[in-house]
Design a protein around this ligand. Structure first.
Ligand code: TPP
Ligand code: MG
Length: 387
């Protein structure tokens, strides 16, 4: 499916498509969307645009559906664990499952993925176990390195910092004449980082096989997209740097799968980078340290509840005869059980050795740090922690 085939979905049809953080933002934008296509295949009621419907196999659709349900089950479990004081700070993904899972569905094991922190649905699909991710979010140093044979970078908390390295990997692929690609995601907030513009420029000039997914979820903590950027159509960033760019309904799993499939094909064919702005919404907290009630109102959240990516995919799969109420319930139960098993396996692991926090910065520990270590150990001993 070529981007050009979505011609009829250009600005004229934007009304029925999606909106960023305010429902009217598509219309108020001063930017001419004439050369940026807008893609939606499944509308918020789960109705499919038959002219654009892709022919993914039933198995593939079910696998993707399960990944989305599993991402939500993991999310809920992590939130409960955090509130019980058994997990570190955590960045929930509720409402963004289509965007996150859909973006990696066309990647192979040889491709690379450079994620930001809100990407666990994709990480699980790429081969990270939930137990491993729990170790990561709980602060264990062994949680950060990706599993063996998974071509992912550790997720980046320093926003935008992982975009240039992704482009570097892509340029390396060109140098080695490989036909693989790199996918990197970042948020509307990260899009303001200078390093992201540098990355876009390098990728476009050197035709690096990189897919940029700008997840416009309406907010960068308490900063709405309209205060982040005077130009709210972030897909123009790709256009400005000279690469094919598209705006996708990020709550539409089929649109996410199709857009990234086409972008990975382009990359593998030596046609260079693609920019995808995925319009979605963070339904929950920025992180467990956040309270969105102080900066956004419930009405806005309600608008997005009706655009739930899982619900609309369920409707579509049910209409196709792939799912029914019974199989949906079974799927949800099995994903919740899997998350609970991961939790139990995580709890069964030994606690961290507190001295390890000194172990991973220097080959030979400097004298000053050695003194701090000894002081720390003395205090732990006084508190009986080492007994
Ligand atoms: C370089 C840098 N500056 C500031 C922060 C603090 N910070 C953490 S997340 C965040 C907002 C990011 O928003 P966005 O890129 O839209 O991603 P989202 O959280 O919405 O997925 C900020 C400012 C940071 N982690 N790194
Ligand atoms: Mg954001």
């Amino acid at each position: 499916m070529a981007f050009q085939e979505h011609e009829k979905k250009k600005t004229t049809s934007s009304e029925e498509v999606v909106s960023p953080n305010t429902p009217s933002a598509m219309h108020t934008s001063p930017i001419d969307l004439g050369h940026i296509e807008v893609l939606q295949i499944l509308n918020e009621h789960g109705e499919v645009d038959s002219g654009l419907e892709p022919d993914f196999s039933d198995e593939k659709l079910l696998e993707v559906y399960r990944s989305m349900v599993l991402a939500r089950a993991f999310d809920k479990r992590m939130m409960t664990m955090q509130r019980q004081g058994r997990m570190g700070t955590f960045a929930p993904n509720i409402g963004q499952e289509a965007c996150i899972v859909g973006q990696v569905t066309s990647l192979t094991k040889d491709d690379w993925f450079s994620p930001s922190y809100r990407s666990f649905g994709a990480q699980i699909m790429r081969g990270w176990s939930m137990k491993h991710l729990m170790r990561l979010w709980a602060g264990f140093h062994d949680g950060f390195p990706p599993p063996k044979d998974v071509n992912d970078l550790p997720f980046s908390i320093v926003i935008g910092s992982h975009v240039l390295p992704a482009v570097g990997i892509g340029m390396g692929m060109n140098y080695k004449k490989k036909r693989d690609c790199v996918l990197v995601n970042y948020g509307d907030g990260a899009s303001s980082q200078g390093a992201v513009s540098e990355a876009l420029n390098f990728a476009a000039v050197y035709k690096a096989p990189v897919i940029f997914i700008c997840e416009n979820n309406g907010w960068a903590i308490s900063t709405p997209t309209k205060k982040q950027s005077a130009n709210e159509v972030l897909a123009t960033h790709g256009v400005a740097h000279g690469m094919p760019s598209i705006r996708v309904d990020g709550n539409d799993i089929l649109a996410m799968m199709c857009a990234t499939k086409e972008a990975t094909n382009r990359a593998r064919n030596g046609e260079g980078p693609t920019f995808i702005e995925a319009i979605t919404y963070r339904m929950s907290l920025h992180t467990t340290a956040d309270d969105p009630k102080v900066y956004r109102n419930d009405e806005e959240v309600k608008v997005w509840e009706s655009r739930c990516p899982i619900k609309r995919f369920e409707t579509y799969l049910t209409n196709k005869g792939i799912l029914d109420a019974d199989s949906i319930e079974k799927m949800v139960t099995s994903c919740n059980d899997e998350a609970i098993q991961a939790r139990d396996a995580f709890y069964a692991m030994p606690p961290a050795d507190p001295t390890e926090i000194f172990d991973h910065l220097f080959n030979t520990i400097p004298e000053e740090l050695q003194k701090q270590k000894e002081e720390y150990l003395k205090r732990l001993h006084q508190k009986g922690v080492d007994e």
